[in-house]
Design a binder for this molecule. Structure first.
Ligand code: ADP
Ligand code: ASP
Ligand code: MG
Length: 753
């Protein structure tokens, strides 16, 4: 035995009823069939209106009855011919006459009772099922119309299965020669024999009741969509069919708003262990949704998204797990129905993020063992559903960027940590996943083209291959990976010398290795043009001012035709840190400050590289070249803050000299404080027609007053002023150091590939 149920849209016209007949009769060739149908689409709504208008004494109900009668006549005339047609019209009219008398009675009484309001709705299924039964009979099938009002009995709105099941069974058994039983859905009678119904959408329930009583093999619910979908396709066009659901999940979807299934339907089916299949009348071959006991495992523990009015949450069946959520009137509760495998708190957070990205504030969230809930305002419902559905059910293709990481210092480690903790969020937000496929320290390297878990790198790297003599880069050269980037977090000029080779091998290069760029201009230009020729990227924004948008601002103005007239930069973190700590009050001796800076990795290995202005020089070369000025080292006039004797000696001697120099430095700072001035170590290029390139380049200590933005920086802050012909000076100021900053800077560069 098999039960097939067709909804209102599946019986709304003669052509669609012919489709139904095809589906039903082909099933009946295999086994006995119970066909349950709804009233034709909108019929129940019209009947409710007829009752209301009659109760109000509004005679327009007569016109409604008339047009409903005509719609049914038309279907009959299109389906049947000759005497079959005449008989069917006669039968249909008899029921319509009864409806009209019923409505007249209500009108005469001047009010409709609750019992009458229920009873008037039960006519629709009588009309539709009788027509279909006659059509099947006319086509020669062995059919019997059975009256659900005599079989399905209710008490206080609940089905009395103890009476219903035997009644159905004995009726079926009494007619062994019938192949297709046709039964009206939705309708029943109570213990007093009064006409009642099972609730709006209740024909699905009728089907399950017939199935359980007849111990059917399966219940098929045929409707106008291809199954239970990830969301209502009328709201979410991208919704897809959920192939398998457990009884519980199907019940949850239904209870929380998926109208495609009337929630109680699941109960008798589950009790009798009968699977439910939801199918599309308009596409009978499609697989549909199966509801069964142990559905096959799915990749994700989330099945679908539903919505219901805040106030309706209270009416969800008491045995369905629901959260204690506050929803004001006019709020909507969005529900992600799951299998219980997902971490509810995490899904809540993802839901809130997805909503926030759509500019919608979640008014509250909660989760139970299986489902996750979010409250939003009614006016946000549609956008909120679209955003959540997109996030959870419309997997966009995620592009993988393969990353070879050279150098395993503080920046590289911060970068790895970021990928470990935020890789998923980044992929979600940008559609790009960074896969680390190789890491090299100065001593060891590891490679795996399938990816290396960032969490494992620290443990695995010491056991890698020897990295001496550029072995890591030689090994990369033998691989051919699409969408790959070499991330240079080293401090080595010799790796910079290999960039062009990397481009020829198809690698993009992202670098925070300043030394790679402080090379003769010809080499610098060659690197850039090779990258360009191969259609690859060379990004090095972090080499000046770490994550500050300095280089992009300069190249932006350089290319927009607004000539840059000067760049003034205070970009040496070490010096800034030391010098600004003397602003107003002197804290520690110079030597101590410098050693501290060295200890926290702020300075070059020999801190004098910073004091001598070499670091500032590299940055100035990059800044100038970015502005289109092919500056060479020899163009820059450097005045170190200390004399040559500090540099031409061993480091211990240097620290001794520094201690000696300390009182002079303090005296100078005190003097400046009195004058309201400060000294800053400034690297600059300035338009000057007499200079070789038309720009004068200098690195030296400068005195600045309060009117200069340089006066106000503190700690390791960096600051750059870009002056141009047409715009007001652009001042970029902000944190200029830190491994995390640098890591997020290179990460941004990689994500921009
Ligand atoms: P029938 O008349 O066949 O019983 P219903 O109108 O009761 O059909 O139910 C089908 C409708 O349910 C679909 O047209 C669709 O708009 C709506 N619906 C709501 N949520 C879902 C969902 N998650 N999956 C499929 N359909 C849904
Ligand atoms: N005809 C009824 C209704 O419109 C029952 C059903 O369609 O399932 O609610
Ligand atoms: Mg329905």
């Amino acid at each position: 035995m098999k039960v097939l149920k067709f909804g209102g849209t599946s019986v709304a016209s003669a052509p669609i009823i012919r489709k139904v007949e095809k589906i039903v009769t082909s099933a009946a060739r295999q086994e006995k069939v119970i066909l349950v149908t709804s009233a034709i689409s909108k019929c129940t709504d019209t009947l409710i209106k007829i009752g209301t208008e009659a109760g109000e004494g509004n005679s327009s109900y007569k016109a409604q009855v008339y047009s409903l009668r005509c719609i049914h006549h038309r279907i009959i005339e299109e389906l049947l011919e000759g005497s079959a047609c005449t008989e069917a019209i006669k039968e249909c009219d008899a029921t319509f006459d009864e409806l009209e008398r019923f409505a007249d009675g209500i009108c005469a009484a001047g009010a409709i009772t609750p019992g009458e309001a229920d009873a008037i709705q039960t006519f629709g299924e009588l009309f539709s099922t009788r027509i279909i039964a006659r059509k099947l009979a006319a086509d020669g099938y062995r059919v019997l119309w059975i009256d659900s009002r005599e079989l399905i009995r209710t008490e206080d709105g609940k089905v009395r299965f103890d009476l219903t099941d035997p009644a159905i069974r004995s009726t079926l058994e009494a007619h062994p020669d019938v192949d297709i039983f046709v039964a009206p859905g939705f309708i029943a009678s109570d213990l007093q024999g009064r006409r009642v119904h099972l609730g709006r959408g209740g024909s699905d329930y009728s089907a399950a009741i017939y199935a359980a009583a007849s111990r059917a093999r399966i219940v098929e619910i045929w409707t106008d969509v291809p199954g239970i979908m990830t969301s209502d396709p009328k709201v979410i066009p991208a919704a897809t069919t959920i192939p398998y659901l457990s009884y519980r999940a199907a019940r949850d979807m239904a209870e929380f708003g998926a109208k495609v299934l009337y929630p109680p339907t699941v109960i008798p089916a589950q009790r009798a262990g009968i699977p439910i299949c939801i199918l599309n009348t308009y596409d009978p071959e499609a697989q549909g949704s199966f509801i069964l006991d142990n559905p096959p495992h799915r990749a994700s523990g989330l099945l679908g998204l539903t919505a219901l009015k805040g106030e309706a949450l209270a009416n969800v069946a008491p045995d369905v797990e629901k959260p204690a959520l506050k929803a004001a009137e006019g709020d909507v509760v969005l529900v992600l129905v799951g299998t219980g495998e997902e971490d509810g708190a995490e899904v809540e957070a993802r839901m809130v993020r997805a909503l926030a990205r759509a500019g919608i504030k979640a008014k509250g969230t909660a989760s139970t063992g299986y489902n996750v809930f979010a409250v939003v305002s009614a006016e946000d419902k549609r956008d909120a559903m679209l955003a959540i559905h997109r996030r959870f059910f419309e997997s966009k293709p995620i592009r993988t960027i393969n990353c070879f990481l050279a150098g395993y210092g503080a920046v590289a480690q911060a970068f790895i940590e970021m990928i470990a903790t935020s890789g998923d969020t980044i992929a979600e937000r940008t559609g790009k996943r960074i896969r680390i496929v190789g890491v090299s320290s100065s001593r060891k390297y590891i490679l795996n083209t399938d990816g290396i878990r960032p969490e494992d790198i620290a443990t695995v790297l010491p056991y890698g291959h020897p990295a001496e003599g550029g072995a890591f880069f030689d090994a990369i050269g033998t691989l051919s990976l699409k969408d790959a980037v070499l991330l240079d977090c080293t401090n080595s000029e010799s790796i910079g010398a290999r960039y062009e080779e990397f481009f020829r091998r198809g690698l993009n290069v992202v670098s925070c290795n300043r030394r790679a760029f402080a090379v003769p201009y010809a080499r610098y230009a060659a690197m850039k043009s090779t990258a360009h020729d191969y259609g690859l990227a060379l990004k090095y924004d972090t080499t000046v001012g770490t994550a500050l948008p300095i280089l992009e601002s300069i190249s932006g103005s350089a290319y927009s035709g607004d000539e840059i007239t000067a760049i003034e930069a205070v970009v040496s973190c070490t010096l800034n840190n030391i010098i600004t700590s003397y602003d107003g009050a002197n804290t520690e001796p110079l030597g101590t400050l410098l050693k501290q800076a060295q200890d926290i990795g702020l300075t070059e290995k020999d801190p004098r590289a910073d004091l001598g202005g070499r670091d500032a020089l590299r940055k100035l070369l990059i800044l100038a070249r970015e502005a289109g000025v092919p500056l060479e080292e020899s163009d820059v006039e450097i005045t170190p803050m200390l004399g040559p004797e500090f540099f031409d000696c061993p480091i211990e001697e240097f620290y001794r000299l520094l201690a000696e120099y300390e009182p002079k430095f303090i005296a100078r700072e005190a003097e400046l404080d009195d004058l309201g001035m400060r000294q800053r170590f400034v690297a600059s290029i300035q338009k000057d027609p007499s200079a070789r390139l038309g720009y004068k380049a200098e690195i030296k200590m400068q005195l600045v007053g309060m009117d200069s933005p340089f006066f106000w920086i503190s700690g390791t802050e960096n600051i750059v002023i870009i002056r141009s012909a047409f715009s007001a000076p652009l001042v970029i100021r902000g944190a200029g150091e830190g491994a995390r900053m640098a890591a997020s800077g290179v990460l941004n560069n990689i994500l921009s590939l």
